[in-house]
Ligand binder design. Structure first.
Ligand SMILES: CC(C)(COP(=O)(O)OP(=O)(O)OC[C@H]1O[C@@H](n2cnc3c(N)ncnc32)[C@H](O)[C@@H]1OP(=O)(O)O)[C@@H](O)C(=O)NCCC(=O)NCCS
Length: 316
């Protein structure tokens, strides 16, 4: 049985049921890893993500009332991403290969309002999702590398070349720097992300302020003669405060090749009070950023792919 589930209105049993499905997947993808806490799932499912996509809508599969799998769909109000739905399908390991994943995927269009393209950003290389996505007609559009840093003594940041200065903060961006911060983030548009149709570069002061209201972020902003030259952002995990996600890092084209990407990321590691572990993801084609991260102590965990299909092609 496949039916819609509104997470905000769902019973505690159903909320926990959804969490059990995603927790089983998390343990499966990183053997030896502890089950993630329930609060982490709730936090992720109740707020917008860092790209401004709305909290997910769900369809679930049940067996005797118990949730055995779900598809989640996230859409964005930003015009740049109005065509796109980000979808994730997860089925409990003991219920796989019975067509549940396919049935959930086919129910996805009922959750959409006009989005014509579907992307999934969590197809781990070598996992069941790879043949599943291929069997359902998705094509691979990019490949990403997941990395992890166990924070110890932060590395030396190094000297800033003349003409540059750093501004850093935790929480809300100071009013005088918020425009430069937005400009820096939007310069990520030319980072390699394969053939995705996802637009990462539609930040506005308003969208930044909305994000700041629901998440704790550290920012290091690099300025050159008062103009933005680079930026890097880390977000604290709202359920597990010792864990953080290194998000966007950008050095603007005119300032590349001077070691500034490493410098701002190294500088950032001095600011992360209370954080023991940092995760990040980078395009597998972005050799430069992967190398920078490894030089800071990040280790590669696994590769995952983004896949894409047209909504029209999903209709049964
Ligand atoms: C990917 C996933 C959702 C598939 O769910 P499922 O219910 O097993 O999928 P289906 O039974 O509908 O499989 C449909 C087809 O996909 C392919 N497929 C699925 N799993 C496969 C596997 N382990 N090996 C090879 N082919 C597989 C097959 O062609 C299958 O058809 P068949 O069983 O008739 O041969 C499930 O494996 C899962 O939850 N994985 C972890 C979550 C995840 O990685 N999600 C990311 C994708 S958004």
């Amino acid at each position: 049985m496949i039916e819609e589930l509104d997470f905000a209105q769902a019973s505690e049993d159903d909320r926990r049921g959804l969490h059990e499905v995603v927790a089983a997947w998390a343990v499966e993808s990183s053997p030896g890893r502890e089950k993630p806490p329930y609060a982490a799932s709730v936090a992720r499912w109740e707020k917008r993500d860092e790209l401004g996509f709305e909290p997910p809508r769900f369809v679930v599969a049940r067996d005797g009332g118990k949730i055995t799998g779900y598809a989640q769909v996230q859409v964005s109000e930003a015009e740049a991403n109005a065509h796109l739905a980000i979808v994730t399908v997860v089925v409990l390991p003991e219920h796989r290969r019975r067509g549940i994943g396919t049935a959930l995927l086919h129910a996805v269009p009922s959750l959409l309002n006009g989005q014509t393209v579907i992307e999934s950003w969590s197809v781990v290389k070598g996992s069941a999702s790879e043949p599943f996505a291929a069997a359902r007609g998705f094509r691979v559009i990019t490949s990403m590398t997941r990395q992890r840093l166990d924070v110890g003594e932060p590395p030396e940041a190094g000297e800033l070349p003349p003409g540059y200065e750093l501004v850093n903060w935790f929480g809300a961006a100071p009013e005088e720097f918020v425009e430069a911060y937005v400009q820096g983030l939007n310069a990520i548009a030319d980072a390699p992300f394969g053939e995705t149709s996802l637009d990462h570069a539609h930040n506005t002061v308003e969208s930044i302020r909305q994000g700041e209201a629901v998440s704790d972020r550290w920012v290091v902003l690099l300025l050159h003669k008062g103009e933005v030259a680079g930026v890097t952002v880390v977000e604290r995990n709202s359920a597990v405060p010792t864990v953080a996600e290194q998000l966007h890092t950008v050095v603007l084209p005119a300032h590349r090749g001077k070691g500034l990407g490493r410098l701002i990321k190294a500088r950032m590691l001095h600011d992360l009070t209370g954080v023991e572990r940092v995760f990040t993801r980078t395009s597998s084609d972005n050799e430069h950023m992967l190398r920078v991260n490894r030089s800071l102590g990040y280790i590669d965990l696994y590769t995952y792919m983004a896949v894409q299909a047209k909504t029209a092609d999903l209709q049964p």
